[in-house]
Design a protein around this ligand. Structure first.
Ligand code: DSN
Length: 418
């Protein structure tokens, strides 16, 4: 008898090397990408299981394939747990990704060419919120709002002005690179006035929302979409919650409208992560994400970094590197070589190309999972400062990488996993 991993090592040594290399990278480096996390071994077990073999087109107890009685239990549990976690009327756990969750909402409620008002990608929105190179921007008539130049905050006056001028069928709120709380109630007021549906993409903040550490959008929105792998700390995937009146249209659009067989291994893994999120310790984890983000933001500000909007209310911060004479591309590369992973990110009103950018985005969900607290966040800020001050110095990168490795050894990502 062998474990699945042993079979991989023997069957495909090249991919096994990818697995071991990535495991080592994750153990020895500090993950600061705001949209990533470190899932529980039980989530990994569900993902890497025989559940991937099963076709289950349809929904629990109404499938188009035989033999679904076992996997039905997983989808029922995922749905029940998600509803308990978020307090929503209805949920669909089948979207393969956040993009498909958003697509499902647009397709279930709108016609091609309809107007949607959403946050500009260049100000922190998302590709699927109407970028010209994405299906959303190609199929729908997106109008965008952004943040104020003075304080980096969403300009609700601009949202209302555009909503009344363009009369969108839907307003989308939520973002991928916005460090402040988003007020769903205020968006609801505008949507009601304009006669628009309201969708909130909570992908980044889902864990904070579930623990009520971010103002709850569920009571105010027709649809709430999310990924399951960011602050929620589940497997890579998507999910849509909605008011009861939209349930039928949504389910019909996800299957058979857009997707075929659901990924039952991913749905089972979602169920596991929701069970973990319903445990009291998940609230402590989410609180610590916020404490760590604040500690990191304060320390970086102390070093003279310019944080968009002056700080953070959530798990992430956006550094505008222009006052340090650096680009996002240069800083991402230098930090990566020092064992600190971030992503370059446009800042509002950026003058650099998206492949260069003037900023980096930093988040605390993954480091918080491995047990970092405020002292470790101060060390992280210190390393970022040292690299920024001497960005071309390869010897410094190597030295920092050793220090990073030593700290990571004290906080293993998977202490109990073989
Ligand atoms: N969700 C995006 C991110 O924030 O990294 C990628 O699409």
């Amino acid at each position: 008898m062998r474990t699945a991993k042993q079979f991989l090592a023997v069957t495909d040594p090249e991919i096994y090397a990818v697995y071991t290399g990535e495991r080592k990278r994750q153990e020895e480096g500090i993950e600061l990408i705001a949209s990533e996390n470190i899932v529980h071994p039980a989530v990994l077990a569900a993902l890497g299981s025989v559940l991937t073999n099963k076709y289950a087109e349809g929904y629990p107890h109404a499938r188009y394939y035989g033999g679904c009685e076992v996997v039905d239990v997983a989808e029922d549990l995922a749905r029940e747990r998600a509803k308990k976690l978020f307090g929503c009327d209805h949920v669909n756990v089948q979207p393969h990704s956040g993009s498909q969750a958003n697509m499902a909402v647009y397709f279930a409620t709108l016609q091609a060419g309809d107007t949607i008002l959403a946050m500009d990608l260049a100000h922190g929105g998302h590709l699927t919120h109407g970028s010209a190179v994405n299906f959303s921007g190609k199929l729908f008539n997106f109008v965008h709002y952004g943040v104020r130049k003075e304080d980096g905050r969403i300009d609700m006056d601009d949202v209302e002005k555009k909503a009344m001028e363009f009369r969108p069928k839907m307003i989308v709120c939520g973002a991928s690179a916005y460090p402040r709380e988003i007020d769903a109630e205020a968006f609801y007021g505008v949507a009601k006035k304009a006669g628009a549906l309201l969708m909130f993409d909570i992908a980044h903040i889902a864990g904070l929302v579930a623990m009520k550490l971010h103002k709850d959008p569920v009571p105010w929105c027709d649809f709430v979409t999310t990924t399951t792998h960011k602050t929620l700390r589940g497997p890579r995937g998507g999910m849509v919650m909605c008011r009861a009146e939209h349930a039928k249209a949504l389910d019909k659009m996800i299957f058979p409208g857009m997707q075929g067989g659901p990924l039952m291994h991913a749905i089972a893994a979602k169920a596991v992560s929701f069970k973990l999120a319903l445990e009291p310790s998940f609230k402590d984890y989410q609180k610590q994400i916020l404490i760590n983000a604040k500690a990191l933001a304060d320390a970086l500000t102390g070093y003279g970094f310019n944080l968009v909007s002056g700080g953070t209310d959530n798990h992430m911060m956006l550094l505008d590197l222009r006052n340090r004479g650096l680009t996002g591309k240069v800083m991402e590369h230098a930090l990566n070589q020092a064992g600190l992973t971030v992503n370059k990110n446009a800042v509002p009103f950026d003058t650099e190309k998206p492949t260069i950018t003037s900023g980096i985005r930093i988040g605390t969900p993954a480091v918080t999972t491995r047990g970092f607290g405020e002292p470790e966040m101060k060390r992280v800020a210190g390393w970022i400062e040292r690299i920024a001050k001497d960005v071309e110095n390869e010897g410094l990168r190597k030295a920092v990488k050793e220090e990073v490795r030593a700290l990571c050894a004290e906080f293993p990502a998977y202490p109990d996993l073989e």
